[in-house]
Write a protein that binds this ligand. Structure first.
Ligand code: AMP
Length: 167
């Protein structure tokens, strides 16, 4: 149910398209339930724009937690904290609202695909800068060849990384 679309959005990138999976009610529900299992010890679930929103918000409803959006640059209306980083296919900046969630609250981070790990590392750094406590990272799937796990372990020791689907 994950389609591979070659050369999207740039030549040489094989894009993992989750739209067949989320269109299937049983597969979508099963994935959201599995993600929700990692949310037992957090107060909030953060989703990374845009596809992380789909899974994180569903997991919030399943577990009774609030949702925190981690958005691309310029989208959040209030005061923000920003973090720029390198992507598998370019450069990007992520932002989070500052001063909105009480400091010390525990937050699980959810996204669809773990590629180089740059996005996930930036998300965790944003939470820390906002005074929040990251409890872990959960992805639908992981592109193992890009070595994100060892990069995350090195930069963010103590942060657990989980993937729902095996390749
Ligand atoms: P990275 O920072 O390299 O781990 O990239 C992860 C972010 O980029 C996630 O938000 C993914 O949605 C997206 N992404 C990176 N590579 C791919 C890919 N090959 N297929 C689908 N999404 C990707």
């Amino acid at each position: 149910m994950i389609r591979e679309i070659p050369d999207f959005p740039k030549p040489g990138i094989v894009f993992k398209d989750i739209t067949p999976l989320i269109a299937d009610k049983d597969a979508f529900s099963q994935c959201c339930n599995e993600i929700a299992q990692y949310a037992a010890d957090c107060d909030y679930i953060a989703g990374i724009e845009a596809r992380g929103f789909i899974f994180a918000s569903a997991a919030c409803v399943l577990t009774g937690k609030g949702f925190i959006p981690i958005r691309k640059s310029g989208k959040l209306p209030g005061q923000t904290i920003s973090q720029s980083y390198d992507l598998e296919y370019g450069q990007a900046t992520l932002e989070i609202h500052s001063g909105l969630i009480k400091e010390g609250k525990r937050v699980l981070v959810v996204d669809d695909v773990l590629a180089t790990g740059g996005t996930a590392i930036a998300a965790v750094q944003l939470l820390k800068e906002a005074g929040l406590v990251p409890t872990g990272l959960v992805f639908l799937l992981e592109i193992f060849q890009l070595g994100a796990r060892s990069r995350i372990a090195e930069v963010l020791p103590g942060i657990q990384t989980h993937t729902i689907l095996a390749e």
